[in-house]
Write a protein that binds this ligand. Structure first.
Ligand SMILES: NC(=O)c1ccc[n+]([C@@H]2O[C@H](COP(=O)([O-])OP(=O)(O)OC[C@H]3O[C@@H](n4cnc5c(N)ncnc54)[C@H](OP(=O)(O)O)[C@@H]3O)[C@@H](O)[C@H]2O)c1
Length: 313
């Protein structure tokens, strides 16, 4: 029985018991990702996106600060007319960076598409996922995509059929590793029956704890768990600490002379050795601040206090 099933609160006070369930996996092990904070590149290409110059500066600032994991998707764009905008930016930033670009692990996704008006739709048909991955590989200018996710299950396509496309992509060396995103434990389990799942990417933040059973599944299976919208998304991130869900995080931040965002990220990293996060950023200062959370140690007492303050929002 997992802690989730037993109804116990998912907090630091049960860490010893949770760790007993865990194997020896660490974030990014199978993917050779350095560091547990990556850059979520989505806001560089979606609504309110900055100039290309600022976007490249943000990516370069991330790399200079030690970030070696960038999260993108073909659908990070304004409308279906500029599909791949974000992947092209990422490729351009890696190419123009003065440092070792080959160290950067780029993760991209397919199976979620934008129409001509910017609406989002799923397309998990195997033929679409395979064609989308080939197009992403082209835009990223790599021999094989380091990590390729099925972006979202498509309710119109049996999940295992979409996952079957990931098997094909591995067999054809279009991708080096595969992940799944926005999945339940049941979906993760069914995917793991047919393919080596290297990473699961779900929403996780103080505002959204709904994937805690998925984190536990990843821990048991040595699968990397990547938290998207770790700061609650763009609209909330600027007001962290101003609401009851994040009051306690702001208090702990004051004690550490850290930012509230850093404490949120450090809390996320403390959940399990297999968790990491991909905070989004339009400004260099945001990602530079976020990366510093990797060296922020929170005490057991602080983590217990934060767990008590979190909600299942
Ligand atoms: N798999 C999926 O279905 C899925 C869905 C959504 C997102 N994602 C991925 O997850 C990534 C993160 O999600 P998100 O961008 O929606 O939300 P988020 O990471 O929770 O919030 C992003 C916002 O946080 C701000 N921020 C970042 N670091 C900060 C710091 N240290 N202090 C203060 N503010 C900070 C940024 O501000 P500035 O913009 O001003 O720099 C940015 O607008 C996305 O970029 C994308 O790669 C995946």
């Amino acid at each position: 029985m997992t802690l989730h099933q037993s109804g116990k609160k998912y907090d630091r006070s049960h860490r010893a018991e949770r760790m007993a369930l865990a194997t020896n996996g660490r974030f990014g092990d199978a993917l050779a990702i350095r560091g547990r904070i990556g850059l979520g590149a989505m806001p560089l290409s979606t609504s309110g996106r900055p100039s290309d110059g600022q976007s490249i500066a943000t990516l370069h600032a991330a790399f200079d600060a030690g970030v070696r994991h960038v999260d993108t998707a073909d659908a990070y764009c304004l409308t279906g007319l500029d599909t791949g905008h974000n992947e092209l930016l990422v490729a351009m930033a890696i190419k123009s960076w003065h440092g070792p670009g080959e160290e950067v692990v780029v993760a991209t996704k397919g199976g979620h598409v934008r129409d001509g008006d910017g609406g989002w739709h799923t397309d998990g048909r195997p033929e679409h996922v395979i064609q989308a991955a080939r197009a992403s590989r082209e835009r990223l200018q790599v021999d094989a995509i380091p990590l390729y996710y099925l972006h979202r299950p498509d309710p119109r396509v049996p999940f295992v059929e979409s996952v079957g496309a990931l098997v094909t992509l591995l067999e054809q060396d279009v991708v080096r590793a595969v992940g799944i995103s926005n999945v339940t434990v049941e979906q993760a389990e069914s995917a793991a029956q047919i393919v080596r799942v290297s990473a699961v990417q779900n929403s996780f933040s103080p505002y959204d704890l709904t994937s805690r059973a998925v984190v536990e599944w990843c821990e048991r299976r040595d699968v990397t768990f990547v938290a998207w919208a770790p700061l609650g998304g763009s609209t909330r991130a600027g007001r962290l600490g101003d609401d009851p869900t994040t009051f306690a995080f702001a208090q702990v931040a004051r004690d550490h002379r850290a930012s509230t965002a850093q404490v949120v990220l450090a809390w996320l990293l403390a959940l399990s050795p297999i968790t990491g996060a991909i905070p989004g950023a339009r400004r260099p200062s945001s990602i530079v601040d976020s990366v510093a959370s990797e060296s922020l140690e929170l005490s057991v007492a602080e983590l217990t206090r934060l767990a008590a303050g979190g909600t299942d929002g």
